[in-house]
Design a protein. Structure first.
Lengths: 385, 175
């Protein structure tokens, strides 16, 4: 039958049927394996003068399934990978999937953005150090990047199979909170050479069919850093520097003096002065640990001496007390003693040793932990001598 | 007269018998030739790939090309041509195509002039219209068959006149 004749037939097909046919989904995770022969034949039975005749078979029609090269690369990270300045082995996680119909090796490469928009919306402004690519090694047996994941290319990934790929890199110190280092990961399908080395480049069959051989068709879509039909796909992921940004503020107020009591008290000998020191971590800041606050009152009291109120009665707002988000009631102040390591009860699950001291006109509080957006307030009173 | 008549009857009987024997002797050959020349039905088939292209004025067109570069997801068109090369009309012409292995029949695509199209989900044992077909699922429950369940397609032409030919076709997608 000539093509012309077939076309004539096609024209006669109702439009709705054609539309249905065209709307059928084209995306296939994986298909019939390359090099599969698909054959078919028709059989006809008929009568002549009401007498059944022997069935007749048509000759076989057959074709061989060619190699459809297709793949996807996507990042598994749902947000920027948080890194702290001076940290090593920060891991971006990607998944490479062979959506073609034959096994392939895959070549992997990373590319640092220079400026431009990151995967999660920020602007790239820094680069990481010692950027390396690793492939999940099945033998490691554990999800996520392991030191045993040493392969730097994907070897013989079967059709419809996926594997994790990691970009692992270091960051030196000196970066600021919010800095972004964005990277592309490109994976290129290669010939599965049957060995553990990376196979050579695939070459798409151009022009007509090569009879008797399996042709190669590049069916991949364009990725974020590659074109359609190049046997390559790509994805993007970001590192974002997250570091603590602590701010500290101090206020003082006169509570009373021996002459005026609490009415318009002045800072005269015998007056009680209350200090509040508030330390805060930025909203997007990393958790700050081992925060220590040292406050010397010597610069504020140039003459004479002071005495810390040692009654440690938080209800009376005396002594040294601390308000911290990890306390049982975060809005309340909790009193602390100076008896090293044996602070007063009432701090809920907080086990930190606050180490409040009041020697030499110096208040020292150590061991505070502040998550991003948290703040702690230290309050104490002194009496001017 | 009576004998003559009997002889005539006998002669006729012998003659008839002779003809029959003669027919039987080389009957196979005659019958084989009849298949080609008198009752001959010829069946041929093609497979093509259906591709969507955009023409010079920007409209999508569908073109048929040789099925020599087929990858999963491609659409195939199978056309079967039945020719009646004899001088006699053929009746109840039933053309059966298996849905090829590794492919899925595309719904609504089986076509044929004046042909009644039915489908089988049991390897061509039974044929019925699309809406009547059911299969047993893994839980043992009956459910309506879908295109992926079809194993064979059948077109029945009531008659194919002498020297006439007819085309039937269906589409499938390579899995």
């Amino acid at each position: 039958m000539s093509d012309f004749k077939i076309l004539r037939k096609l024209v006669g097909i109702p439009t709705t049927v054609l539309l249905l046919t065209m709307m059928a989904p084209n995306a296939m995770a994986v298909g019939t394996a390359s090099n599969t022969s698909v054959t078919n034949f028709a059989t006809v039975n008929y009568d002549v003068a009401s007498v059944g005749q022997p069935a007749i078979n048509s000759a076989l029609v057959a074709f061989v399934v060619d190699t459809r090269v297709d793949l996807t690369v996507s990042t598994d990270d749902l947000a920027e990978v948080a890194v702290t300045p001076g940290s090593n082995d920060n891991v971006m996680t990607f998944t490479v999937t062979n959506t073609g119909n034959a096994p392939h090796d895959f070549s992997l490469s990373s590319l640092a953005l220079v400026g431009g928009t990151g995967a999660f919306g920020g602007t790239d402004n820094i680069n990481a150090n010692d950027v390396q690519i690793f492939v999940e090694t099945a033998a490691s047996g554990s999800a996520g990047y392991q030191l045993t994941d040493v392969d730097t290319h994907i070897n013989a990934l079967a059709a419809d199979a996926s594997i994790n790929v990691y970009i692992v890199s270091d960051f030196s110190t000196g970066y600021s909170d919010g800095d972004i280092a964005s990277y592309y990961l490109n994976a290129e399908a290669r010939i599965d050479n049957g060995g553990s080395t990376l196979g050579g480049a695939l070459v798409e069959t151009v022009g007509g069919d090569t009879e008797g051989s399996v042709d190669i068709v590049f069916a991949d879509d364009a990725g974020i850093n590659d074109a359609a039909g190049d046997a390559t796909d790509s994805s993007q992921d970001d590192y974002q520097v997250v570091t603590a940004t602590l701010t500290i503020g101090k206020t003082s107020s006169v509570i009373s003096d021996p002459v005026n009591n609490t009415t318009d008290p002045k800072r005269i000998p015998g007056a009680v002065i209350e200090y509040e020191i508030t330390v805060s971590n930025g909203v997007s800041g990393a958790t700050a640990t081992s925060v220590a606050i040292t406050d010397s009152l010597n610069t504020e009291i140039t003459e004479g001496d002071i005495a810390f109120q040692t009654t440690y009665n938080v209800t009376a707002l005396q002594g040294i007390s601390i308000r911290h988000p990890d306390s049982t009631i975060p809005a309340d102040f909790y009193e602390y003693t100076n008896a090293g390591g044996a602070e007063a009860a009432g701090r809920g699950a907080v086990v930190a040793d606050w180490n409040v001291t009041d020697t030499d006109n110096v208040v020292t509080v150590t061991g505070i932990v502040l998550d991003g957006g948290e703040s702690a307030t230290i309050r104490f009173r002194v009496t001017i001598q | 007269m009576k004998n003559k008549k009997l002889f005539g009857t006998l002669f006729a009987a012998v003659f008839t018998c002779t003809i029959a024997v003669a027919h039987a002797d080389d009957g196979l050959k005659v019958t084989a030739e009849a298949a080609e020349n008198e009752h001959g039905i010829a069946l041929s088939m093609t497979v093509s790939e259906e591709v969507e292209e955009v023409n010079m004025v920007g409209n999508k067109i569908i073109r048929l090309v040789d099925a020599d570069s087929i990858v999963p997801g491609d659409r195939l068109v199978y056309v079967t041509t039945v020719k009646n090369r004899s001088q006699q009309s053929a009746e109840n012409v039933a053309i059966v195509n298996p849905v090829p292995e590794h492919t899925t029949y595309l719904e609504g695509s089986a076509q044929g002039d004046s042909a009644t199209v039915t489908f089988s989900v049991d390897g061509a044992k039974n044929f019925d219209s699309e809406k009547n077909l059911t299969v047993t699922d893994e839980n043992g429950d009956r459910r309506a068959a879908t295109t992926t369940d079809y194993t064979h397609i059948r077109w029945v032409l009531n008659s194919l006149p002498a020297k006439a030919e007819a085309d039937v076709l269906f589409r499938a997608r390579l899995n």
